[in-house]
Design a protein. Structure first.
Length: 84
């Protein structure tokens, strides 16, 4: 069969047959547009509040100082592993 030959709706190409894509008649070609909202409207919808202090951003990701130190040592070693 020649490259690009058609057989029962299947196009035979090098690498295997591929079905031709035909869009569904009742489906839109692009997603529907979302309404435009201002930043203030988006913040109100999400219930976002301004950050009042850096303390609000604090997160205790490590159990103790030893765990933090271990993580920092591991990270530094990994960053410099391929340099030597």
């Amino acid at each position: 069969m020649a490259m690009g030959a058609r057989l029962n709706g299947v196009v035979a190409r090098q690498g295997g047959p591929h079905r031709e894509h035909t869009p569904e008649p009742d489906l839109p070609l692009c997603p529907p547009l979302r309404p435009s909202l201002t930043v203030e409207e988006l913040l109100a919808v999400k219930g976002a509040k301004p950050i009042r202090s850096l303390d609000e951003l604090r997160a205790d990701a490590f159990e103790d100082e030893a765990a933090l130190e271990g993580f920092l040592a591991f990270t530094a070693a990994e960053r410099h592993r391929d340099v030597a």
